[in-house]
Design a protein around this ligand. Sequence first.
Ligand SMILES: [Zn+2]
Ligand SMILES: [Zn+2]
Length: 245
Amino acid sequence: MNLPTRLSNLGAAILDVLFPARCLLCNERTAAGADILFCPSCGGRLTIIQPPLCPCCGRLLPDSAASHLCGACLRQRPAFSKARALFIYDKFSAPLIHDFKYRGRTTGRRTFNALLRRSSVRQELKTPDLIIPVPLHHKRLRQRGFNQALTLARSLFPEDKRIIRTNLLVRRRWTTPQASLNGHERRKNLRNAFITAHAARVKGKNILLIDDVFTTGSTLNECAATLRHNGAHDIEALTLARVLE
Ligand SMILES: [Zn+2]
Ligand SMILES: [Zn+2]
């Protein structure tokens, strides 16, 4: 073992004594140096998304033998061409998202990155020209102090920071939090909520939208429709989690 490696191992060992790695879900101690911070029991409860699923919106099709377009996408294709997520949003993963989104707990960032690296999602998505986190309204940004979608984009794509853009898509209207609304109300609530700033910079581009959870897809759809309207070539979306529905 060469000296730099030995020093870095020593550094990791000291860090582990000072700040022992803990499971993101139950806070039990986990293996030192692990890039995925789940204890074996919690790791087993997280449902990683796998086919069969809708090739367009990524809806899980557990009762189907193979992947196929879901009814909703057959009726009306969303404005994004593909949406993918890493794991199911359920009672096990909800606290993980909640801590990250509302409490600004960033200890999960390395885990999110490792989950993406190990998933097939990265190969399924195009290499984007631009990565755009779903924007918060400036009032909400002031309240919360950070945009979790931006934190997530930086965690998932640390090598692509120069193409992560927060100034091209703007949430211009204050909207009721989507969590309190049903599907139809969500779409209505978001109508014309976003605008593209510097339309010329999105024209002809392949764009990857980033958000924390895919619930009905209305927010991502509205963002994608706005970008498409301004000449973006293709829009795909990636979220950490997706509801099963
Ligand atoms: Zn645990
Ligand atoms: Zn679908």
